[in-house]
Design a protein around this ligand. Structure first.
Ligand SMILES: Cc1cc2nc3c(=O)[nH]c(=O)nc-3n(C[C@H](O)[C@H](O)[C@H](O)COP(=O)(O)OP(=O)(O)OC[C@H]3O[C@@H](n4cnc5c(N)ncnc54)[C@H](O)[C@@H]3O)c2cc1C
Length: 437
């Protein structure tokens, strides 16, 4: 490793790897740094569904010849592995009633294997000559005369090292350490924190292999808060024709142990009979600190990309897309002296959580779980045999749910006026109120 590079990329998730691949492919001298030992290995919970709804965060992504094709930006990411087509997305109440969105033709979302994408991008970057430093944390990035000084810390010796570069990329995820040291961090508002634990389970006796299942209601966790969801997907060593495993997640507000919630759901929850013979083949977890988006994700020659700039998550596909755009903006700056405006403007215009009201809307989709189980059973009993057109998307699914429930509001007002009042209030609750439960 040298003391100076053209570019330093901190974080080798989808965003950072995409940047490293594009810049090294353009002949630039690049250092990619990650705190992990094995970059493609997934320790951080992620459903990894391709959100195939057209124009998600300004882009339409499809599988073409088994690779991920980004139609609008115009690039392809190598995949070459089985993926799942889910045709339904159901919210499941503790009593087993459902609110279902469906799309038989396109699928509601297509879960794939994140490890494969990361491995392919890492191999391509290294083949392009990118230097990769693992087990090293990016601590700080500071604008200095003529570029950026990046401070790194070795995980084991704790020794610090300074690297100089023309520009640095903060791609270190939703709890970005690099962002907390920048001025632009002061523009953010803290919303709340969440913990997630997840297991890949084999040998599950499960009725919904074609669906994304979100368990909504207090009865799914021992403390009555949080959310459980399930997604079928393939292991990294799967072959075409293999059976998918089930990735089961429990997300809880911080202060409550997500793993305890997950174990309780599997052993004592309302659907525990599905898991009697289940075998855990992999475990993952994460903590998410939610802040409002960074509206101007470039400070001098430091560019913030992917989840590091976002409220919750950009999705893997959009981290790849913003990474691709950030890399090409940096090449333009190098060539023409300017180019970050396009990246910033596109970010603000395309990333839905930058838009007023979007955070509240998405949280309203989650907030239904704050109702009593009996109330949810009643509401979902009205939609149980219906199917609404929709996709898995934090930004559009809450609308579909609202439409589905409101289509029964006259009946609810007549039969259960208190529930009708609660529902009508729910759609105008603030983000803070929903997070507080
Ligand atoms: C529960 C859950 C479910 C999700 N489901 C989906 C889904 O269905 N579909 C989808 O597309 N997305 C999903 N996501 C979102 C997705 O995981 C992220 O949007 C995506 O991984 C963001 O990519 P990124 O490169 O910006 O950040 P990350 O993937 O978080 O990568 C950041 C990298 O930086 C490294 N790092 C962190 N700090 C440092 C540091 N200080 N120094 C050096 N390296 C560091 C990390 O080790 C990591 O490799 C989900 C997320 C969660 C939590």
């Amino acid at each position: 490793m040298k003391n100076a590079y053209d570019f330093v990329v901190i974080g080798a998730g989808p965003a950072g790897l995409m940047i490293a691949k594009e810049l090294s492919g353009a002949g630039q001298d690049v250092l990619l740094v990650d705190v992990k030992r094995d970059i493609p290995k997934i320790n951080r919970s992620c459903c990894t569904m391709l959100i195939n709804e057209p124009n998600t965060h300004g882009e339409t992504v499809r599988f073409v010849d088994n690779d991920l094709h980004f139609e609008k930006t115009g690039f392809t990411v190598k995949y070459g592995h089985p993926y799942v087509k889910m045709v339904k997305s159901s919210r499941l109440s503790p009593g087993g009633y459902k609110l279902t969105m469906g799309n038989e033709k396109e699928g509601v979302a297509l879960p794939y294997t994140k490890e494969i994408i990361l491995r392919n991008l890492l191999e391509e970057s290294m083949a392009n000559g990118c230097d990769v430093l693992t087990e090293t944390a990016g601590i700080r990035a500071e604008n200095i005369d003529g570029g950026v000084k990046v401070t790194l810390r070795d995980n084991y010796t704790r020794s610090l090292k300074e690297i100089r570069c023309k520009a640095a990329f903060a791609a270190d995820g939703v709890n970005s350490q690099i962002v907390t040291g920048l001025e632009l961090f002061k523009t953010r508002k803290y919303i709340g924190s969440f913990r997630v634990a997840s297991y890949f389970l084999d040998e599950v006796d499960y009725p919904y292999w074609d669906s994304w299942i979100t368990c909504v209601g207090k009865g799914h966790t021992p403390w009555g808060r949080g959310q459980v969801y399930m997604v079928p997907k393939y292991l990294p060593d799967a072959k075409e024709g293999d059976k998918p495993i089930l990735d089961v997640f429990c997300g809880t507000p911080c202060g409550m142990p997500a793993k305890m919630g997950l174990d309780w759901f599997l052993n004592d929850g309302p659907f525990n009979e599905w898991f009697t013979n289940a075998k855990i083949v992999h475990k993952a977890a994460c903590v998410l600190n939610f802040y409002t988006c960074i509206m101007n994700p470039v400070e001098g020659n430091i560019v913030v990309v992917g989840d590091a700039a976002a409220f919750i998550e950009t999705y893997c596909q959009s981290a790849l897309m913003y990474g691709y755009r950030a890399a090409h903006a940096a090449l333009k700056v190098q060539d023409k002296g300017k180019g970050y405006e396009d990246y910033t403007n596109f970010w603000r215009e395309s990333f839905e959580y930058c838009w007023p009201g979007e955070i509240e809307k998405a949280l309203q989709g989650f907030g239904l779980g704050n109702m009593q189980d009996e109330e949810l059973d009643y509401i979902f009993s009205l939609t149980d045999n219906e199917m609404y057109e929709g996709y898995v998307s934090e930004n559009t699914a809450p609308y579909v749910m609202q439409k589905a429930i409101m289509s029964h509001i006259d009946q609810i007002r007549k039969e259960r006026p208190q529930i009708a009042e609660l529902i009508e209030k729910h759609w105008s609750a603030s983000a803070e109120d929903i997070v507080k439960g």
